[in-house]
Design a protein around this ligand. Structure first.
Ligand SMILES: [Zn+2]
Length: 327
C-alpha cells in the first residue's frame, strides 16, 4: 500500500491561500505499485502477438498534484480515439478490463469521454481522448479539499496553474489492495488471446463501440458469463488438502502442494486433470480423468456462482468437498 499526501509533495499541509509552486522533480521515480509494474510489462507483449502498437509507451506517473499517477498506481495506455484502428483496440482493452475487474481489481478507468467505475459508466472530468487511464486507487481513502479551486505547480519547465473546479483537489491518495498483487494470470491469458486473434474484422466490431456496449460488458459479468471469479487457484478440502487450478478452456488440474501465491501459474505436472462445465441449474461440474484402478470422479459444486469465495461439492466417489478461493 502506498499513500501520497499533499505534505509529501510540497512539504507542508496545503492551505486555501497557497500559491507556492509545487516542484515535483523529487518525484521523478516514485514507487510504482506491483500491479502497475507487472501490468506494464504484460501490455508491452501485445504488439509482438499481433495487437496494434500504442502511440507511445505506457506512462506510469505524472507531475503536479496528488494523483493516482503520483501514488504510482495508474497507467496511461496511449491509443488515440481519432484513429479508427487504435480506438477499436482501446475499446477492446477497456472491455477486457471491465470483464476482469474482479481479478484485476482496478479502481477507476477512463477513455474517450467515458469513465468506468466499479458499478458502471459515467462522464469523466477529463475526456481522456488519447489514452486509457486505469488506476488502482482506493477511492474511499482519497482525501479531497473542496475549498481549493486551483493550484500552481512547477512541471519542470515552468509554473503552471491547474483549475480543479467545484470538486476540489485531492490532498491524500492511497492504493487499493489489488495494487500489491501481480497482474493476474486469467487477465494475461485473455489479453494475449485478444492480441493474437486481432484482425481487421475484430477491429471493425470494436470501432463503433459506445457506452451501451460497455454497459453490456458490465451486465455480462453480473450474468456470470465472465469466469474471472473462478479462474486460477482454489484450496479444496475433503479431509485432505488439494489445490485446483481452473483455466480458460474448461480445464481443471490439481496438485497436493500449496502454490506459493494466487499468482502462481498453472502447474506443469499436475496430479490429475479434468474438465469443468456448468450444468443447467448453474452448478459447476468437474469430471476428473480416470486413473489406473479408479473410475472417473465427478464433483458437483452446487453453490458455485459469480463472485463466490467458497463452494461446496458432492462427489460420486468420495466425501463432500469445500473449496476456498486462494488469495
Ligand atoms: Zn492517467
Amino acid at each position: 500500500m502506498i499513500t501520497v499526501t499533499w505534505r509529501d509533495l510540497v512539504g507542508s499541509d496545503y492551505g486555501p491561500g497557497m500559491d507556492q509552486p509545487v516542484d515535483l522533480t523529487h518525484l521523478r521515480a516514485p514507487a510504482i505499485c506491483t500491479m502497475c509494474r507487472t501490468m506494464g510489462v504484460l501490455l508491452t507483449r501485445g504488439v509482438a502477438l499481433g495487437g496494434p502498437s500504442p502511440d507511445q509507451p505506457s506512462q506510469f506517473y505524472g507531475k503536479g498534484a496528488v494523483t493516482a499517477h503520483n501514488v504510482g498506481a495508474a497507467i496511461d495506455i496511449f491509443y488515440h480515439r481519432d484513429n479508427d484502428a487504435k480506438r477499436a483496440f482501446a475499446n477492446a482493452l477497456v472491455e477486457l478490463f471491465i470483464r476482469y475487474r474482479a481479478s484485476v481489481g482496478w479502481g477507476w478507468m477512463a477513455y474517450n469521454r467515458v469513465e468506468f467505475n466499479q458499478r458502471g459508466v459515467g462522464v469523466p472530468d477529463d475526456p481522456h481522448l488519447n489514452h486509457i487511464h486505469v488506476d488502482w486507487v482506493d477511492g474511499q481513502k482519497t482525501v479531497r479539499s473542496r475549498t481549493l479551486g486551483s493550484f500552481t505547480y512547477n512541471d519542470g519547465l515552468g509554473l503552471k496553474t491547474k483549475t480543479v473546479g467545484s470538486y476540489g483537489q485531492d490532498i491524500a491518495m492511497t492504493t487499493n489492495p489489488a495494487a500489491d498483487r501481480a497482474a493476474p494470470g486469467d487477465f494475461a491469458a485473455a489479453y494475449e488471446a485478444l492480441c493474437s486473434g486481432w484482425s481487421a474484422e475484430t477491429a471493425k466490431r470494436y470501432q463503433g463501440y459506445t457506452t451501451s456496449n460497455f454497459d453490456a460488458a458490465y451486465a455480462g459479468l453480473a450474468a456470470g458469463s465472465d469466469l474471472s471469479w473462478l479462474l486460477g487457484w482454489w484450496e479444496v478440502w475433503d479431509g485432505n488438502y488439494y489445490y485446483y487450478y481452473f483455466d480458460h478452456g474448461g480445464r481443471v488440474v490439481y496438485i497436493e502442494t500449496k502454490p506459493r501465491s494466487a499468482a502462481t501459474p498453472a502447474p506443469a505436472a499436475p496430479h490429475n486433470k479434468g474438465s469443468y462445465t456448468f450444468n443447467a441449474s448453474g452448478a459447476l461440474v468437474i469430471s476428473w480423468n480416470a486413473l489406473p484402478g479408479l473410475a472417473a470422479t465427478i464433483e458437483t459444486f452446487y453453490n458455485a456462482k459469480s463472485g463466490a469465495l467458497l463452494m461446496n461439492a458432492t462427489s460420486n466417489q468420495y466425501s463432500p468437498l469445500v473449496a476456498t478461493r486462494l488469495r
